[in-house]
Write a protein that binds this ligand. Structure first.
Ligand SMILES: *Cc1c(COP(=O)(O)O)cnc(C)c1O
Length: 238
């Protein structure tokens, strides 16, 4: 399917402008918020068009898909984050090929990342994913177990915890969305105040196409935007 690449550039400008407006409304500086373009199912030429227009952080969901497209991407100066659920048996293939893994949801997974990182003599930056809505079907650790898990992961020398990530429940009203993001921000601040060894809390990754404005109003430092940037996804995945 042929689609013009201009729309990607136009969308990027609109999103950057919206981020700026949300920051202004929240009394924050636009530099406090990083835009991560979510590139799952997106063809390399569209991703490269966004990069050429200034996008410098991208997020992929699946190890296999990312490794398959990677050689066709112009990744100079671009940070790549893995944001999808990661199985331990795929860890050794992804460590060393991405700059951050945002979806760490168990000590077991962290241990595997630690192991693979130390074998490569690296330290991998990670975020711990929190299931803020307590949804059965979603991955992420519960707010109640978060401190214990961070204390545990903090002992791994091959990992550096940089903050938290969440995919909240789908909500309708602005008020409901903001309430969930605000709960997440509070958790982020509480953990930060605890100063756990080896755990730094400078990234709070929350907000997607439908709710990144609300996320910024409530303190997100990274928003993960896919469809608003690249258009509606066309499944199946590559
Ligand atoms: C797909 C995805 C996004 C982006 O979703 P959009 O609604 O397309 O912006 C963000 N975060 C995660 C974890 C995703 O899987």
């Amino acid at each position: 399917m042929e689609r013009s690449l201009d729309d990607v550039r136009d969308n990027l400008r609109i999103i950057e402008q919206t981020i700026g407006e949300s920051c202004l409304k929240a009394g924050r500086r636009p530099e406090e918020v990083t835009l991560l373009g979510v590139t799952k199912t997106v063809e390399p030429d569209r991703i490269n068009a966004a990069i050429a227009a200034g996008l410098n952080h991208i997020g992929e969901n699946r190890v296999q898909e990312y490794l398959g497209k990677r050689d066709d991407l112009n990744l100079t100066g671009v940070e790549v984050h893995l944001i999808g659920h990661l199985q331990t048996n795929k860890v050794s293939r992804i460590v060393g090929t991405v700059d951050m893994i945002e979806s760490v949801d168990s000590v077991h997974l962290a241990e595997a990342i630690d192991d693979a990182s130390r074998k490569l003599n690296r330290v991998t930056d990670v975020l711990v994913e929190v299931n803020i809505g307590g949804e059965e079907a979603k991955s992420g650790v519960s707010p109640e177990e978060l401190t214990d898990i961070l204390e545990n992961i903090g002992t791994f020398s091959g990992i550096r915890v940089r903050g938290l990530m969440t995919v909240p429940p789908i909500l309708e009203t602005e008020k409901e969305k903001r309430a969930v993001f605000s709960k997440m921000y509070k958790l982020f601040i509480d953990i930060k105040a605890k100063t756990i060894d080896n755990v730094c809390m400078d990234i709070l990754s929350m907000g997607m196409s439908a709710d990144y404005r609300e996320a910024i109003l409530e303190g997100a430092t990274m928003v993960r935007v896919g469809s608003a940037l690249f258009g509606r996804r066309q499944y199946p995945v590559l």
